[in-house]
Ligand binder design. Structure first.
Ligand code: A3P
Length: 293
């Protein structure tokens, strides 16, 4: 009899409980492997076109990570923000206890109110920022907009028209402004201490994904798990592709790694010269340098 009672008790905490003939849902708090949604532990805040998709896909290789599928745009779109934190939590993946959840919305990095909004909602968030050599990032940004316009059957504009105004660089051109990392980082550092951030080197992530991901694992205090076996080089794509624990292979979408426009050497050197000082200020802010020649 005691054995039967023990079995019944055990069963009642693991699955549905039978009360007066009614099956009530299991108590999530008592169910050791319950899946639940919670505010993200980790947020990839940007920068757009620096490798944010590669970063979240590579993070998912770790069994302790559950990632949101889409860009949530909770903190930067007022129409989403007004829906409240419960709505935000609903956009998160279900995660077993102990697993960390992550979302990425690259537009967060350059949106004015986002740092304070995140601090209010999740002061202990771990923030991942992936950066890339600013001129290359700008060209990638331009290329993305170029293709978006083609898809919408709009005529793409030549880069020079957008980038230059009276022969000088147009600082209002958004892809240029987004590459001024220090101006945006300054705002983030008013909301969070530098220890909340880990900076991923987007150029290094392309060349040596494992080394960069090992640094991410260390920052997130994850058991080292991502290995060389998770990556293989795809000659056709010219990038590393991913192999998960079930040996499923996957390259990033073909919109990643598109050919950039030909830019005159004059404009290239103008850009590189221009970014020199903003880069120096960014390095000073974050206390490290990047190999951006
Ligand atoms: P390009 O398309 O300019 O080459 P995001 O995901 O933030 O939009 O960034 C896109 C960039 O991710 C791509 O820029 C590409 O260089 C970079 N990237 C990094 N690792 C990659 C990978 N393994 N496969 C494809 N693209 C990768």
């Amino acid at each position: 009899m005691a054995l039967v009672l023990a079995l019944l008790l055990c069963f009642s905490t693991q699955s549905s409980v039978l009360v007066s003939g009614v099956i009530s849902p299991p108590d999530a708090a008592l169910t050791p492997r319950a899946n639940a949604r919670h505010l993200p532990d980790i947020i990839i805040i940007g920068v757009r076109k620096a490798g944010t998709r590669a970063l979240i896909q590579m993070l998912r290789l770790h069994t302790s990570i559950a990632a949101a599928q889409n860009e949530v745009h909770f903190f930067d779109w007022d129409s989403h923000y007004e829906r409240g934190l419960d709505w935000y939590v609903d956009q998160m993946p279900e995660a077993q206890p102990g697993r960390l959840t992550v979302e990425k919305t690259p537009a967060y990095f350059t949106s004015r109110d986002v740092p304070q909004r995140i601090r209010l909602a999740k002061p202990d968030a771990r923030l991942l920022l992936i950066v890339r050599e600013p001129t290359e990032r700008l060209l990638s940004d331009y290329t993305q907009v170029y293709h978006n316009r083609l898809e919408k059957r709009k005529r793409p504009q030549p880069l020079e028209t957008l980038l230059l105004r009276n022969g000088e660089l147009n600082l209002d051109y958004k892809p240029l402004n987004r590459s001024l990392y220090h101006t945006h980082m300054q705002r983030w550092l008013q909301a969070f201490p530098i220890s909340s951030f880990h900076l991923v080197d987007g150029d290094a992530l392309v060349r040596e994904p494992l080394a960069e991901m090992q640094k991410v694992e260390a920052f997130l205090k994850l058991q080292p798990q991502i290995s060389q076996n998770n990556f293989y080089f795809n000659q056709t794509r010219g990038f590393f592709c991913l192999r998960d624990g079930r040996q499923q292979q996957r390259c990033l979408h073909s919109s990643k790694g598109r050919k950039h426009p030909q830019v005159s050497p004059h404009i290239l050197s103008k850009l590189q010269h221009f970014f020199h000082e903003p880069n120096r200020r960014f390095f000073e802010l974050v206390g490290r340098t990047f190999d951006w020649k």
